[in-house]
Design a protein around this ligand. Structure first.
Ligand SMILES: Nc1ncnc2c1ncn2[C@@H]1O[C@H](COP(=O)(O)OP(=O)(O)OP(=O)(O)O)[C@@H](O)[C@H]1O
Length: 336
């Protein structure tokens, strides 16, 4: 269990991490999602004890990362954004070195190295110099280093950045398999990536937690913002008299439609409401034929952009609570 409380990082006047508080439960995959500069790396660096916070605390299994650094760090494996690899060592030399730093008992080292190199598919390159490896293999070696010692929590900063699609799929599968025995926290600025592998998504924006929910919860938020675009034969005036009497409509706008004598209404519904049937009967009663009706759903990308662009609306606790209440199906293809 990780408890982050009121975590703050200031660089001069710049507030990179702004009073973050959250908890990470064991056995799940968490994703930090946010645009460049949102504070993901800074947060991870503080959680792993790489840098000191300006204010606030991080406790790993009850150990304070500042005050009980050794005990806390023993619970964590970390792959920073730029993996700390020694370019002039071979893969095996480097991993042996990392195993010694992590104080892994000598009798366990060889077995762990063999298992972890197999897991990360680095066995074939074990005798190669790290500087001669491709970006994808370097990333796997960094990952192997993070897994060494089988820490309870594995923290991965942008683990798939710069990899080709095949490597990305392999790393994604590896991360999933890690979650069987470890808690995994990863960061990414790619929504589909986080959505594809994570049980919980934390959206960071300007150093603040903009949302924290399951992928389904965030998709539910998307459904709550679904809109109908309806082309109707008739006048705007007549339509304005009908729509307010249909339950489940949050807001609507009306403009002229391209079809002659028709108007276009864009109707946003309340979360979980489907007004199509009521709308059909209400319009039929008023002899206003529907020419076309389409559901226009906000994409998760739209929601992500809204959340990360308009900090004022999302720092409102009522909004955050509303978001976590909105659970629904997950329709994103998650093309990592
Ligand atoms: N050592 C530093 N000195 C000054 N400012 C810094 C330092 N490190 C990070 N920052 C600033 O803090 C903010 C958060 O940076 P951080 O690297 O944590 O963001 P990020 O979400 O990880 O972004 P990216 O996806 O680009 O890595 C940014 O505005 C960045 O410029």
């Amino acid at each position: 269990m990780i408890e982050v409380e009121n975590l703050v990082k200031r660089y001069g006047n710049h507030l990179a991490v702004d009073h973050l508080t959250f908890q990470v439960e064991p056995g799940k995959i968490y994703g930090f999602l946010g645009p460049n500069g949102a504070g993901k790396s800074t947060t991870m660096n503080m959680m792993t004890g790489y840098i000191a916070p300006t204010e606030g605390t991080v406790r790993i299994n009850g150990f304070d990362i500042q005050k009980n650094a050794e005990e806390a760090k023993r619970c964590i494996g970390y792959l920073p954004e730029i993996p700390p690899l020694y370019q002039d060592m071979t893969v095996l030399e480097y991993l042996r070195f990392a195993a010694a730093l992590k104080k892994i008992p000598k009798k366990e080292v060889e077995k762990q190295l063999a298992d972890i190199m197999e897991m990360t598919m680095t066995t074939d390159v074990s005798e190669r110099l790290i500087k001669n490896l491709s970006k994808g293999y370097k990333q796997r070696v960094g990952l192997a280093q993070a897994i060494l010692g089988y820490p309870e929590v594995i923290i991965l900063d942008e683990p798939t950045v710069g990899l080709d699609p095949k490597q990305i799929i392999e790393i994604r599968e590896l991360i999933r398999s890690l979650s069987e025995k470890h808690t995994v926290i990863l960061s990414s600025h790619i929504l589909s990536e986080v959505q594809a592998v994570c049980d919980e998504i934390m959206i960071l924006s300007k150093g603040k937690l903009a949302a924290c929910d399951t992928p389904e919860g965030l998709t539910g938020l998307m459904k709550g913002n679904a809109a109908l675009e309806v082309h109707i034969l008739g006048s705007e005036e007549a339509l304005r008299k009908i729509l307010p009497f249909i339950a489940g409509i949050a807001e609507f706008s009306i403009e002229n439609a391209p079809e002659k004598g028709a108007v276009k209404a864009v109707i946003r519904t309340e979360a979980g409401e489907d007004i199509r049937e009521d709308l059909f009967y209400a319009l039929a009663e008023n002899k206003m034929p529907i020419l076309s009706m389409n559901r226009v759903e906000k994409s998760l990308e739209d929601i992500f952009l809204e959340l990360t662009e308009d900090q004022s609306s999302i720092s409102d606790p009522d909004t955050a609570e509303h978001m976590s209440e909105n659970k629904g199906g997950n329709e994103d293809e998650g093309n990592l």
